[in-house]
Write a protein that binds this ligand. Structure first.
Ligand SMILES: [Zn+2]
Length: 178
């Protein structure tokens, strides 16, 4: 991850991320703003010190819960909308926009911004991918759970082993974790 140094105002970005509860290390990586400054911003916005500990790095753990997984799929859809036509330098802003859209649509959503950011990073690196359900066309998020075959969260359709491989949104073949 490279700091978004070309972001028009990285201080605003940092404040927005901190406001949504992003881990300060992640905010630092995205904005390049030093941790003590981010800590001050956190205390000013939340009236308490930031929680200790490392950002959660495992999507498998985060999406062990089915509800969290389904919301993660929804966030991936929000992200696709936000990323459409987004300039490369505004990637962080698009992720933030997607997260705000997710939070506004699903009040009481359980996916935190740090996990959402991880989804965006892993989608970009290709470690995870989205696919479209061959039956109902809903989005499926691949390789984020410990399942051999990821079924559609809406209609439970799984790709038939004997049928044509499921197509991912990027046009590549559907693959499951080995
Ligand atoms: Zn389906």
């Amino acid at each position: 991850m490279t700091p978004a140094t070309d972001y028009p105002d990285r201080y605003d970005l940092a404040c927005a991320m901190v406001k949504h509860g992003a881990r300060l290390k992640l905010v630092h990586m995205e904005t390049g703003i030093k941790l003590p400054t981010l800590r001050d911003i956190y205390i000013r916005l939340h009236k308490k010190p930031p929680p200790k500990g490392q950002p959660r790095q495992s999507l498998r753990r985060a999406f062990r819960n089915v509800r969290a997984y389904k919301e993660g799929v929804f966030f991936a859809d929000c992200l696709r909308i936000a990323m459409d036509g987004c300039e490369p330098g505004n990637r962080a802003l698009a992720i933030l926009d997607a997260y705000v859209l997710y939070r506004h649509t699903l009040s009481g959503g359980v996916v935190n911004i740090t996990t959402a950011w991880l989804v965006a990073d892993r989608l970009q690196s290709g470690a995870i991918a989205t696919a479209q359900c061959p039956h109902c066309k809903a989005t499926i998020l691949l390789n984020v759970r410990n399942v051999k075959i990821e079924r559609c969260a809406v209609c439970k359709t799984a790709p038939d082993k004997n049928s044509k491989p499921m197509q991912r949104s990027d046009g590549n073949e559907y693959k499951t974790l080995s």
